[in-house]
Design a protein around this ligand. Structure first.
Ligand SMILES: [Zn+2]
Length: 76
């Protein structure tokens, strides 16, 4: 069951996705390596994944909305 613990806020600057803070290693302002198509898919509920560039931790993304990335596992 997906709940708030599975969500992480992001910022979008043009086509780039940023996390203000990495949920794993707490690096600030991390540019998230997501392709435009993957972002579009995530909005439609198509699973994708993110490898954090700071610590190589993996997030399996269940979906995205305009404020949050929703992961299959708790991020907080
Ligand atoms: Zn990290």
């Amino acid at each position: 069951m997906i709940n708030f613990h599975h969500s992480w806020p992001y910022e979008r600057v043009r086509n780039d996705i940023y996390f203000e803070e990495c949920p794993f290693c707490h690096t600030s302002s991390v540019l998230i390596p997501m392709k435009k198509e993957a972002i579009k898919g995530a909005f439609e509920g198509i699973k994708t994944h993110i490898i954090m560039p700071c610590c190589r931790e993996k997030i399996v993304v269940e979906s995205m909305d305009s404020d949050y990335v929703w992961a299959t596992k708790p991020l907080r």
